[in-house]
Design a protein around this ligand. Sequence first.
Ligand code: COI
Length: 355
Amino acid sequence: MAIETGKLTVETIQSSKINSVDFSKLDFGRIFTDHMFVCDYVDGKWQNPEIKPYQAMTFEPSARVFHYGQAVFEGMKAYKDENGKVFLFRPKQNFDRINKSAARLAMPEFPEDYFFEGLETLLKLDNEWIKAGVGNSLYIRPFVIATEPAISASPASTYRFMIICSPAKSYYNSPVRVLIAEEFSRSADGGIGFAKAAGNYAGQFYPTSLAQKEGFQQVIWTDANTHKYLEEAGTMNVFFRINDKLVTAPTSDRILDGITRKSIIQLAEDLNIECEVRQIAVGEIKTAAREGNLKEVFGVGTAAVVSPVSAFQHQGELFEVPEIEDSYGKLFKETLLNIQNNISEDIHGWRYEVK
Ligand code: COI
């Protein structure tokens, strides 16, 4: 069936695949909902926004994204409360960031009305896929790729913007062990580290696979020049708790301006927890760990929410970070999830109801 709603064309599925999905066993990002949003940039403008059944797509082998990695994405989540209301969390931040990422990769910015109309219509169509209850969510992946079939090394003249959705539980099932980078780098000054560019993730896979062989799940990246300062983990920003004070690295052109990160900095203020945003030397964390002052390390991000780090290694020396009773990480996770799931008051106006 095809219906015209404003600018958006909607083609719905014949029959849903939802009954074949076991929502109690979800591996992150492997199952996708019934529909997807698609919009093409052609002749200098975004046109023909449409929602259609989730399906494979055809591109020419010469499409520029395959050769030069002109691709950016976002990670968002939708939550359902006990009354069936659906909420997004600070979605304007994701919208602004995908356009910031796109601009850095010489890609055209996407219009706000198309973004919200497409996203909200998609969530209403795939509403059954959003399960109520803290810990359940629908992970939303907006992304943009260069589609022009031409392989000269220059920006494309055609692009595709899409949104796909995947029901999610937790990203990590247990605390993560991390390796602090000494040789490889994720990003450099003047580079694309701040952007949610596909290549930022591809570049991490090899060093992360080496870390995984040593029994670590992630790498904590250090500054490319000296490898002395802690920056961010592969899919998360990172916080350290030294005694009762939190520290996290400032954002820069090397570090992703994480929405969970900035929400936690605000929650720390609300909860009267001191939080310093400043450079953090690896040596400072090692000293704190040796002296028993490093109480917690946790990564934060949309997919992972708040993920405790149970150990880190640097220059062959392993530091365990044992779980503690009054964990800030747990407190932030609970506070954030309660806001996201419409359980607690939302004093900052972060919830966005999809009506
Ligand atoms: C997110 O937290 O949304 C991310 O971008 C992580 C993703 C690479 C799985």
